[in-house]
Design a protein around this ligand. Structure first.
Ligand SMILES: C[S@@+](CC[C@H](N)C(=O)[O-])C[C@H]1O[C@@H](n2cnc3c(N)ncnc32)[C@H](O)[C@@H]1O
Length: 233
């Protein structure tokens, strides 16, 4: 069964677990995939929107009735225990994901997570590295006419902390080392867009400076000979 390229790719990154949490579940497809494929004993689905949660409850009615799925109306991790095995938070902004993870009442860095922010991936990488997350995979993919970023990781153990430089926060370490086709195509597109903005009339000095700096960073990523441009590990 296919849910479309984006959701299929996210599902391929999930690991088997006892309890799976699908935060901001909307339709509930990620949980359905886990349950139908025997990859979790139980799924907890949460959403702030009653209408969205209802879609998931309808899709997973059999599992809800048999105690294998629980639908929680609430913000972020409300109703999700800290020892949940695997968490997906996908399809919302990076700032919203940070808000959920850092929430004073319910927030935590999950034991294992798959995060797919729509914006501000750089900020999310930084927050994770600085707040007890450990990023294992972090790449860009093209699906259904758009570029997406996905971050797979886990709770850091025993004080371990990754070293990221500014370029790695901006583009992702895996993208910079593996240099997948989708990532490079996105960088080329960003460079073309940046050059087009630079050609605009009436650009303020500050905007021009910012665009020139971005152009330089994008060119630095593209000019690499394929060995990767990471300066730190
Ligand atoms: C665009 S949908 C994405 C659904 C699904 N996760 C996916 O990737 O296809 C975003 C969902 O997140 C929910 N949402 C946004 N902020 C939330 C929050 N703080 N806590 C729980 N759900 C949230 C929205 O109501 C919406 O149903």
């Amino acid at each position: 069964m296919s849910y479309g390229k984006r959701i299929d790719l996210l599902c391929s990154l999930f690991a088997p677990t006892d309890v799976f949490a699908d935060v901001g579940c909307d339709h509930g497809y990620c949980s359905e995939y886990m349950l139908k494929n025997g990859l979790c004993e139980k799924a907890i689905l949460s959403d702030v929107s009653k209408g969205s949660l209802q879609k998931a409850a309808t899709l997973l009615r059999w599992y809800v009735e048999n105690g294998r799925a629980e639908c929680v109306l609430g913000d972020g991790f409300a109703g999700v225990e800290k020892d949940v095995g695997e968490v997906v938070i996908a399809g919302m902004g990076g700032a919203e994901i940070i808000k959920i993870l850092s929430d004073k009442r319910h927030g935590f860095v999950p034991k294992r997570f798959v995060l797919q922010p729509m914006l501000n991936t750089d900020k999310l990488r930084r927050w994770l590295v600085e707040n007890g997350g450990y990023i294992e995979r972090d790449f860009t993919f093209f699906a259904d006419g758009k570029y997406y970023d996905v971050i797979v990781g886990r709770r850091a153990q025993g004080g371990e902390r990754q070293t990221y430089d500014e370029l790695a926060f901006e583009f992702g370490k895996e993208n910079l080392t593996v240099r997948g086709e989708d990532f490079l195509a996105r960088v080329r597109k960003l460079l073309t867009d940046t050059e087009r903005f630079l050609a605009a009339e009436n650009l303020s000095a500050a905007s021009r400076e910012e665009l020139l700096a971005r152009k330089k960073r994008l060119e630095e990523v593209l000019k690499n000979d394929g060995k990767g441009i990471l300066r730190s590990t």
